[in-house]
Structure formats: C-alpha cells, structure tokens
Design a protein. Sequence first.
Length: 498
Amino acid sequence: MTLSHNETECPARFPDPGAAGGFARGWAPLRQAGASLVDQLAEYIAAQIRNHGLRSGMRLPSVRAMAQDAGLSRHTVVQAYDKLAAQGLIQPRKGSGFYVSPPSTFMAPPWAVHPETGPDGAFDTAFLLRSMFRNDGTQSMAGNAGLLPADWLDQDMVGAAVRTVGRTLGSGVLGYGDPQGHRGLRQRLATLLQNQDIPAHPDDNLMTVAGVTQGLDLVARALLRPGDAVLVEDPGWFLIFGRLAVHGVRVVGVPRLADGPDTRALEHLAQAHAPKLFILNTAVHNPTGHTLSAGVAHEVLRIAERHDFLLAEDDTYADFHPGMPLRLATLDRLNRVILVGGFSKTLAASLRVGYIAASAPLVRRLTDAKLLSGLTTPELGEQVVNHVLAEGKYRRHIQRLRARVDQARNQCMGLLAELGCVQQHEPCAGMFMWVDTGVDTEALARRAAARGVLFAPGVLFSPEQRPSSWMRLPVSMIDHPRSWEILRALLEEARRGR
C-alpha cells in the first residue's frame, strides 16, 4: 500500500511507554483509496511493528491520542486496534491500553510431525489418515480419502449457494438450531427419498448429522455397548473398524462378494455371535464398487429378522450408481434398516452435511445421542445444501460428475490391466478401483510412501488386518502420471523379488 509519507527516510517510532502521542504524526490516510481507513491504519501500525524492530511490551498511544494524531475517529482507531489484536501483533490489557505482542514462536506439536514408514514401520489406518492431510507437496492421492479433485466438482454451484445463503441468513444460524436439523433440508431429503420409494417423513424419520462418519458413530453410541458383536463387511470401509474399536465392541467380518454379503457366511456368523448390528455398504460398495442384488438383499433381511439384529446401510456412494440402486431401506420400509447418507463426496467435504433415515423411535433415540455428543449440527452448511437441492441443479451436476468418474475409472482399469493388476468382477460404478496386484500391497504401499505417493493397501480394508495382495486406488489417479510411474516401478521390483 502507498502511504503519504516516506517510512524509510523518516520512520515513525513508538513513543516512550505512557507517552500521549506522536506515533502517527506525518502519516495521513488516503480518503479515496481502495482500502478502508481501518485497514490503512492497521497496515501502517503493522509495518511499524514488523519493519522497525519495536520491542514487545511497548505501549501504543491511547485510542484518543491515536485518533487525534491520525485525524481519524475513535471508532476507526478501535477497529484498527482490534484487527491488529486478532492478528496477534498487539495485546489489549484491561484498564491499561494496547501493547506490542512478543514475537510468535509457533512450534509443531509432536503429533504433527510427519510420520515415516521404514522397513518395519506400521502402515495402518492412523498412518493413512494422517498422511492424507499432509500439506508438504507429497502426492498423497486425496482420492484415497474418499475425495474427488476440486476441479471435478462444481465449485461455482456451491459458491453461489454459499453467497445466497449468506445474504438471506435468518436467526436460526445464530442459535443452536433444530436438534433434528434444518427442517427445510429435512423436507427436501424426504422428497428425494420418497421419490426412491423410501418412506421417510421429514419429522418422524429424518435427522441431520455432520456427515456419514458422525451418523454411523451416533448409531454405535446409541445402540451398542462394550462387548456387543457387530458385523462388518470384509473388505469394507477401514475407518469404521477403528470407530467400532473405540466403543469396545467385537468386530466380526462378513465376506463381501460381487452381489453383496456372503449370505451363507452371514447366517453362520449371526448364529455364532448374536450380533446387535450389521454395518454394510449396499450401493456402490467401498472399496469394490459392486452393488447389492435383489436376491441377496431379501436374504440379508430374512437373516436379520431371524437373528434380531439391526442393519445400518451406508449410502455414501449411491449417487454414483447409474440409475436408482436397490436399497435395503426400500425393501424394509425403515423398520429394521437405518439409512445413513450425505453429500461430502458430491458437493464439498467441508460442508459436513449428512442425514439418517430410520423408524420414528430410532430417530428420537439417535437425536438424543446427537444432543449428548455435540448438541446440534451447524445449520449454515445445512442451508447451503438445502439451497443447492432447491435450485434443481444437483441432478444435472451428478450426471456430469458420474460421467467423468466413469470415464476416469475405465481409463484407469485399462492401465492397471497393462500392469498385470486384475479384478474378479468389474465394478458397476464408483470412484475406486479394487485390484489384485499379485504382491504384498502393504510392503508396496510403504515403499510408495517413501517416494512421496500414498496408496491404500488391502490389509487396511480387512477387519482382521490380514495381509493382502489387493489394493484400493482412486479413479482420480488418472490425473497423476507420476503415481503410475512409481506404481509400475514398484510392481516390477516386487515381482522380480518373489
């Protein structure tokens, strides 16, 4: 910013502690400048602090003295001081004034140190999660976190919704909001689900959550006790294994086949373990991309009824399915099934907006668990999602996104076939590829991490953490030629060493 005095030739100095003024003499605000008077004054003072080595603990002139010196109102000076305090450059002391802050010395806490995986290092779920949020230039393959690249999503649509909601904010965002979630969004969700033959009433059968992860965590909190048996799919979503372990439950894996859970194994395991809950990903399964068949769906419901356990249906990736997928919630009519869905994969992960559809008694019970664990969910994000849905643009956005994901997946599968990576059954949809590499993928992923590329080995997707030659790769890998080069080199090295 250009100021009307020469700071280098005639630098202003802080007065002695307790002095009345003199700090801003020789400086004048630019009344027609693009920056506000508050910003001009704050930047001038910040420059004096940063560029002239002013000692910490020195007192700024009083608000009255600074206003008189600079020819500004006291209100403008107060705002400028508040802005500098928010930046950590000055500190207010009650009854005394404002003082220069000590120099900042930000040190990374021990848990923020980037993990390394040597030959004997653990490539576990915690390592994968930490590595996905690294910001050091590592090509961490964010798709392994279940995220698509930002330029694949519709940033303009989300941004417009944020701006519109910001201009029309009601009093609801200033309070806690409705424990069940923003009612406008629940009404919109009820319409969407009813159009897919799921009988969800906005007040009786729906509640909002901060994404599918929180939704499944609330289900576990409300319905499970330490020692209870919970069925999960094998392979399945690795994060849920860790979440369940925190609750002290017994996690039992059910083999996942191309058309859904292995029903023979499910019957045997249900009889042996008397589970309270089965968590499964029916439409566009993570990591395989497969979808439940009608015959398996009916058999799963019969087994659940015979052995009296509930079903938590993870609907995270259903929007990637070509057409309306078959859901347990449709067949069961929300009697025994709890449907958990959200928008983080298709709109914006940071919105953290999801929902639970269940029977009325279960929704009441889960709402109580939500209140106890975090009161309500932020209504601002819920209003943004509601606006996107209300505008009618979401369906066309999903069609475009699905086409791009399908194209990328087909391209990736061709490249993987050239590398000798195979699939037992081709996925019907989804943003992941689940392939057999023929080598130990934990060792491969550890070596890839040392080269700055993050892969997700099959051991993570097994509730028993069994070694595996399978690996999950994101379709967004098509945009990362270096990752393909490293994968090719590592596969060649591993196969020569067998």
